[in-house]
Design a protein around this ligand. Structure first.
Ligand code: DGL
Length: 268
């Protein structure tokens, strides 16, 4: 089982933030990554659509013999983690709980901000999770609909990105939070802009970091950590491979990055 891959899924490039951390922390793991670019953005979908997409992708990844699945997408985690855990027999990790644990440890003034997609924000997954552990903490949320397409277009530090981010982050600055959760895996790639606007004293919580640490712990507890000399990686997209490759090469700093096209019909 040790040589079986770890599966990752997201609506697009966002989950690569988790893969990037996992590659640093667990270089001996084989990776199977699924980006559902054709049906993006997930943040504008409803719960039943998101459950359907997540189930289809996990089933696809199971054919690649994954030993564990990381839902490297906050929106899909909020919508479907519980149901996916009930339905599938492999271990499944989401990105919300790891980020919450981290944020609660870091906040001093007990004011945590969350930026996420519209679905994650309205679904309230983050505040619910925080209140369960630390009901005294005040939570402030805002959704940032344009951030996903900005990242997919590779406009990580473009002037318009700063302009849009200033608008989205204004209410969180006013709330005087000391800790901000980047509650969408795409936002990890906007850290520079977000940190400059929020100020360097604000702690940014990246679920990619928190989740990769949890993944390491679970693999070792179960005795299924990979032992490859160097892990192999396979990437799939329902969108345009050329478009995804262009930006993924920059994100992963890998000129040889290749992604295979999967037709939506193959997921049925
Ligand atoms: N990256 C995803 C997340 O963490 C979803 C982005 C989207 O497609 O809206 O929520």
């Amino acid at each position: 089982m040790k040589e079986q891959p770890v599966g990752f899924l997201d609506s697009g490039l966002g989950g690569l933030s988790v893969v990037k951390e996992v590659k640093k922390l667990l270089p001996r793991e084989n990776i199977e990554y699924f980006a559902d670019n054709q049906r993006q953005p997930y943040g504008e979908k409803n719960q039943s659509e998101l459950i359907k997409f997540t189930f289809q992708i996990i089933s696809f990844l199971l054919k690649k013999k994954i030993k564990i699945c990381v839902i490297a997408c906050n929106t899909a985690t909020a919508a479907s983690l519980k149901k996916a855990r009930e339905y599938f027999s492999i271990p499944i990790i989401g990105v919300i709980q790891p980020a919450v644990q981290d944020a609660i440890k870091k906040t001093l003034n007990k004011k945590i901000g969350i930026i996420a997609t519209e679905f994650t924000t309205k679904n309230g997954a983050y505040p619910k999770e925080i209140k369960k552990v630390a009901p005294e903490i005040k939570v402030f949320s805002n959704f940032c609909p344009k951030f996903v397409s900005i990242v997919e277009a590779g406009k990580f530090t473009a002037p318009e990105t700063y302009e849009i981010a200033r608008e989205y982050l204004k209410p969180l600055k006013e709330a005087q939070i000391d800790t901000l959760i980047l509650g969408c895996t795409h936002y990890s790639f906007l850290k520079k802009v977000i940190s400059e606007i929020m100020g360097s004293e604000i702690i940014l919580i990246d679920p990619a970091v928190s989740t990769s640490l949890i993944l390491k712990k679970i693999l070792s507890q179960k005795g299924i950590s990979g032992e490859e000399e160097k892990g192999e990686e396979n990437y799939y997209t329902t969108g345009s491979p050329e478009k995804v490759e262009r930006i993924a090469k920059i994100i992963l700093n890998n000129d040889f990055f290749k992604i295979q096209k999967v037709q939506l019909e193959e997921l049925n």
